[in-house]
Design a protein around this ligand. Sequence first.
Ligand code: FE2
Length: 434
Amino acid sequence: MELNVVLLIMLVSCAATAATDYVRPPPRATLSFPWSKKRSSEPQQVHISLAGEKHMRVSWTTNSKHSPSVVEYGTSSKNYSFASKGESTSYSYFLYSSGKIHHTVIGPLEHNSLYYYRCGGEGPEFQLKTPPSWFPITFAVAGDLGQTEWTKSTLDHINQCKYDVHMIPGDLSYADYLQHRWDTFGELVQPLASARPWMVTQGNHEKEYIPMLEDSFKSYNSRWKMPYQESGSVSNLFYSFEVAGAHVIMLGSYTDYDKYSDQYSWLKADLTKVDRKRTPWLLVLFHVPWYNSNEAHQHEGDDMKAAMEPLLRAAGVDLVLAGHVHAYERTNRAYNGRSDPCGAVHITIGDGGNREGLANKYVDPQPEWSIFREASFGHGELRIVNTSHAYWSWHRNDDDEAVRSDQVWLTSLSGLECLNEKADHEPRKMLLEP
Ligand SMILES: [Fe+2]
C-alpha cells in the first residue's frame, strides 16, 4: 500500500516536472540540398492548388524552355484519360534566371477522389486527392515555414495527419533575395504539395523588393499562382476560394488595404457574395496578426485591422489565421481590441520552423482576449465537422514528436444572431454602403 502511494507521488511529480521543465529547442540549421543532375525537361517543384469549382491548378518547373505545359491525368495509375494544356512564365532577378514555370488547370474533377497525373509528358507519376464536396473537411495550417530541420519536422507531422487542404498564412521559402532558395523550397515541399492543394498568401519574406531594380513579389507571383482570377480579384496577392462548406479569404498584409484600395473594394464585394447556407464557415488568412500579445511585431497589424476589421465583423467571420510572429496564440472571439461574441477567433501560427527561431517574450499581463500562447514550433489542424461545429488543435513539435498542446471546439457564427444586426449597426453599415 505504502509503495503504491510512493509510486503515485513519483508519477505525479514526474508529470509535473515534464510539463513545467519543457525546454524550447533552439533554431535548427538550414537544410542542405545536394546538387543532382536532372534532365532539362524533368518536372520539378510540383505543387497543386484549388482553381475554382471542381478544378485544380498544377504548377511545376522545367529547366527546358521547350517542355510543354501539359498535364495528363486519370483515376487509375498510368492510364491517363484526360489531358489539359496550360500556360507558362519565367522571370529573371539580377543574375538569376528561373526555369520555365508551368501552370495548368485540370478538371472537372470528382470530389473526394484519387487522381494520377504526369507533367510535361514525361517524368514520374504523381497522385493527388481532391477535397470532399461537404463536411467533414480537414485543413492543415502552418505559417513561416522556411527550410530548416524544424521545417522538415513540421512537414513530417503534417504528412502524418489526414488532411484535405493545406493553408499557409505567409512566409514560405525564406529565400530572401537568393532565388535558388525558391527552387530548393519547391523541392522540399513537393512530396506534400503535389498530393494536396496548398493555398498560400504572402508574407514579408515574399516581397524581395529592391528599389528601382526589382519589383515586389516577383518570384512569389510567378511560382505560387493562386485562383485570383477565378475569384474576381485583380491581384494574386488577395483572392478567395470555396471548398466543402467553407468560404476562405486570403488577404495581403503588404498590399494596399485602405478604403480606396483595390483590395478593400474586392474584399467588400467578396464578403457580400458569401452565402452562409452554401458555406456556413467563413475563414480569413493574412500574414500580420491583428491580435498579438507577443513582444515581436507589436502593433504592426493595427492599420490593416482599423481598415478591415469592421467588414469582417459585419460578415460574421468565424476564424482568422495569421503568421509572422514565430509562436502560437489563440484568442477569444474579439473585435475592436476586446472580447466580442460576434467577432472572429484569431490564431497566430507563424511557427512552421524557419531559421530565425522563436519569439518567446510576451506582453505582461496577458490581455483579456488572449486565451493560449506559447513559443514553440508546430502546426494546426482545423476539422470542420458540420455546419455548426469545428475542432481546432495545435500540435507542438516536442523534439520530433507532434504533441497536441491546445484544442478547442468552435461554433460557427452562421447559426447565431450576430448576422442579423440592423443595417444602422456601424460594421454592418460599412459592409452595405455602396
Ligand atoms: Fe513575416
